[in-house]
Design a protein around this ligand. Structure first.
Ligand SMILES: Nc1nc2c(ncn2[C@@H]2O[C@H](COP(=O)(O)OP(=O)(O)OP(=O)(O)O)[C@@H](O)[C@H]2O)c(=O)[nH]1
Ligand SMILES: [Mg+2]
Ligand SMILES: [Zn+2]
Length: 330
């Protein structure tokens, strides 16, 4: 009988250290290790948070442990608990969710009035998600260099609306540099995510703020008047004056995740404030008698667009897809 050949024990993985994920291409991750070196990693093991199914178990901004396996490949073997993160569902019907970034100090929502049009529904869904995950959000309306008189009025109205709710709102141009000094002041020493539809100028803004960043920027489609999904991976870029920016691919829709219907109003600050005066403490603000929110909408203290966004998020939370049963005729 042939003697069984004894296998050499696998060499143990060698711990390279802890670091921050600075680039996520979907299949591989670049980790800036705390000792100043960089590792190109794949994932080992199975990372899951609170049972949420995510397309990316590790996101830019995550703090991770990196090991070198016997074959010299680097692996992420563990992830530290996240301080926070921003997550979205690709669409209402999608079960998969995607973590945009983790461990951030704040997020900018970059929006444009035209080419592409950022809808108020998109803005409000994003802001509600930022509220839900306790990430401070700033609204940045870009491309003001292209504005004509009507656009200037609309831009001013949006700035007034969102400022009155409590969101810092900046009107900027990545092309001319207008408003960028004020923006720069907000970014110093912070880790900031730039989110928004494709084509609003996230990468262009980073290029304007970080000399030599050299991020690829793309054309706006002549046919659809939308961006062309130029950025295809997430990346963290250091700011020369301190702080870090995270560029991510543009997102189309913004499906909210895990909202309980009773919580939705908590993520719309002005609706929450007025809602405390409703007759019923469990008022859903969908036509109940004595609803202080409905009155505030009628009296123009709450904007109709914000109320419509609240109803759409509530509808999702209640799983009433496709139903317009809660839509109030204005
Ligand atoms: N006129 C004008 N054009 C701008 C401005 N900012 C960006 N653009 C243009 O808008 C187009 C899209 O810009 P990007 O920076 O690629 O947009 P993005 O948000 O990174 O898009 P994705 O990577 O696809 O998500 C490019 O042609 C930019 O030159 C601006 O302030 N003014
Ligand atoms: Mg981009
Ligand atoms: Zn109410």
């Amino acid at each position: 009988m042939a003697k069984k050949k004894r296998q050499a024990p696998a060499a143990p993985d060698r711990m390279l250290g802890l670091g921050t994920v600075v680039r996520n291409t979907g299949s591989s991750y670049t980790v800036a290790l705390d000792d100043g070196s960089t590792a190109n990693c794949r994932i080992k093991g199975n990372f899951r948070i609170r049972g949420i199914r995510t397309t990316n178990p590790v996101a830019v901004g995550d703090r991770v442990a990196v090991c070198e396996a016997a074959d010299d490949a680097d692996f992420i073997t563990a992830i530290e608990p996240r301080k926070n993160y921003i997550i979205r569902k690709a669409s209402n019907l999608s079960k998969e969710s995607h973590i945009l970034a983790a461990n951030i100090d704040q997020t900018l929502l970059v929006a444009t009035l035209r080419e592409p049009v950022t809808t108020t529904t998109f803005i409000d869904r994003f802001l509600a998600t930022a509220e839900a995950y306790a990430v401070p959000a700033v609204l940045v309306i870009n491309k003001c260099d292209t504005w004509e008189e009507d656009d200037r009025e609309l831009g001013a109205a949006l700035k007034h609306l969102y400022t009155s709710i409590g969101y810092n709102t900046l009107i900027v141009s990545a092309t001319t540099g207008q408003g960028l000094e004020e923006l720069r002041d907000l970014l110093r020493d912070k880790t900031t995510l730039l989110a928004g539809n494709s084509g609003v100028g996230k990468s262009s803004l980073i290029n304007a703020l970080v000399p030599g960043a050299g991020l690829r920027t793309g054309e706006i489609s002549d046919i659809h008047h939308t961006g062309t999904h130029t950025t295809t991976f997430s990346e963290m870029i250091p700011l020369p004056e301190g702080g870090r920016l995270i560029d991510i691919p543009g997102v189309k829709g913004f499906g909210t995740i895990d909202f309980k219907p009773a919580e939705v109003s908590h993520y719309f600050p002005e609706i929450f404030r007025f809602g405390r005066d409703c007759r019923y403490s469990d008022c859903r603000h969908t036509g109940e008698p004595g609803c202080a929110v409905a009155k505030a909408v009628d009296d123009h203290f709450i904007s109709q667009s914000r109320y419509a966004s609240y109803l759409s998020v509530l509808e999702d939370a209640e799983g009433e897809q496709g139903s317009d049963k809660y839509r109030k005729p204005f």
